[in-house]
Design a protein around this ligand. Structure first.
Ligand code: GAL
Length: 428
């Protein structure tokens, strides 16, 4: 292998660290059984992902300031939100990442080429903020752009500095890196498709994280170029499947419908991400926020709250901390729920659970009330004389011979856990 080159057998791409615009695409004529034992090349193991796929055996949970505060988050705000995460019971419910999003750094690097935190927002830099978050028993996440700038062109991107930036993040104690896809200089690679360039850059940051030796959740935000649901499993811990969510029903619905179809690609280690939650931000009704939380949990989506935790209403808290629904999201089997039917916007979704039961969401996408029905057989259970039906929002348990049905308001959802009731053994 030539010095300075990196090979990924996953996609058959060689890239050159010394001259990043060099990409050689190889077409394999024979499959490589195991990249580590290939005799053709000496292949680094990090091509199968950064150090931490084991960090996300369950979908990550936490808080991020972007949905509520966009790029105006400061050190004091991060610390207040982290305190509120603990005080509100969110941490106890499983939310443990506190993630800084775009806007934390200046547009210029310093004379050594390091990213510079905005001194107006982070007067002591990032490390003391990360230390504070850690002191509360929480984890700390940060944002970078794979290109030359962030999307808003207000901050420097990491392009050409992946190893330097990853080393800096590791020295600050970063546990989670969201890598955004803005201002990628595709023109530097005139002969390679965007998909290949993006894939190589994603691998280069995976490598950069890996060489730091610090375990970081790797969150890829490139839903536009690479179809990450098929290319990112094994490389990243989660990947966006849809545009930026907005705090309104039509946007939430769009991100749900884009994410739900990639159910085959999610599983322990790597998750489809329909974007952060809007629950509690005020632009949707309680019914719509309950639908968002139900759909995200059914899809085993990362649960990253995006509201102001310091001013959270009781109803918002009760949605975000619903233990029964969080347990479905975090179910150890790690299956994403999939559609059984969606005719006319009347959705039936089923999610196999580790205990053999099914988590079922009936969701009325439409703007008129509707009755949605399915059966135990259609949602994938075996035949039984009776089934138990636990309503995960109300805690009410009932029995049914097999029909599962609910009358739902516009935009409403119900969430059930359905189990076969075993007949007692026959005794004469
Ligand atoms: C977008 C990204 C958002 C947020 C924002 C920050 O590109 O999709 O999730 O990170 O940048 O500027």
């Amino acid at each position: 292998m030539l010095a300075g080159f990196v090979l990924s057998a996953l996609v058959g791409v060689i890239s050159n660290w010394a001259a990043p615009s060099t990409i050689v695409v190889i077409r394999w004529t024979a499959p490589l059984a195991d990249e580590a034992t290939s005799s053709l090349f000496s292949v680094p193991r990090y091509a199968v992902g950064p150090v931490g796929l084991g960090l996300t055996t369950r979908p990550p949970m936490g808080w991020n300031g972007f949905n509520r505060f966009q790029r105006s988050v400061t050190a004091a705000m991060v610390e207040a939100e982290a305190r509120a995460l603990v005080a509100s019971g969110m941490k106890a419910a499983g939310y443990n990442y506190v993630n800084l999003d775009g806007g934390w750094n200046l547009h210029k690097r310093d004379s050594s080429g390091n990213l510079q935190p905005d001194p107006a927002k982070f007067p002591q830099g990032i490390k003391p903020v990360a230390d504070y978050v850690h002191s509360l028993g929480l984890k700390f996440g940060i944002y970078a752009s794979a290109g030359t700038e962030n999307c808003a062109s207000t901050s420097a991107g990491s392009y050409g500095h992946y190893r330097q930036d990853a080393a800096m993040f590791a020295s600050w104690g970063v546990d989670y890196l969201k890598l955004d896809w803005c201002h990628i200089p595709f023109k530097n690679y005139p002969h390679a498709p965007r998909r290949v360039v993006s894939r190589v850059l994603a691998m280069e940051m995976a490598d950069a994280i890996s060489v730091t030796g610090r375990a970081m959740v790797y969150d890829l935000n490139d839903w536009m170029n690479t179809e990450p649901w098929s290319s990112a499993p094994g490389l990243a811990n989660l990947w966006r499947t849809a545009p930026d969510i907005q705090d309104r029903y039509s946007s939430m619905l769009q991100n749900f419908t884009k994410n739900v179809k990639h159910f085959e690609h999610a599983g322990p280690g790597g998750w489809n991400d329909p974007d952060m939650l809007e629950v509690g931000n005020g632009g949707m009704s309680i019914i719509e926020y309950q639908s968002e939380f139900s759909l995200w949990a059914e899809m085993a989506a990362p649960l990253i709250a995006g509201n102001d935790l310091t001013k959270m209403s009781a109803i918002t808290k009760s949605i975000l901390t619903n233990q029964a629904i969080i347990a479905i999201d975090q179910d150890p089997l790690g299956r994403q729920g999939y559609p059984v039917s969606s005719i006319g916007g009347h959705w039936v979704l089923t999610k196999p659970l580790a205990n053999g039961n099914r988590a079922v969401v009936l969701f009325n996408q439409t703007s008129t009330a509707a009755t949605i029905s399915t059966t135990a057989t259609l949602i994938g259970l075996g035949s039984a004389a009776e089934y138990s039906k636990l309503d995960l929002w109300t805690g009410t348990m009932t029995e049914t011979p097999g029909t599962i049905s609910a009358t739902l308001p516009a935009h409403g959802a119900v969430f059930y856990e359905i189990a076969e009731i075993m007949a007692p053994p026959f005794t004469s």
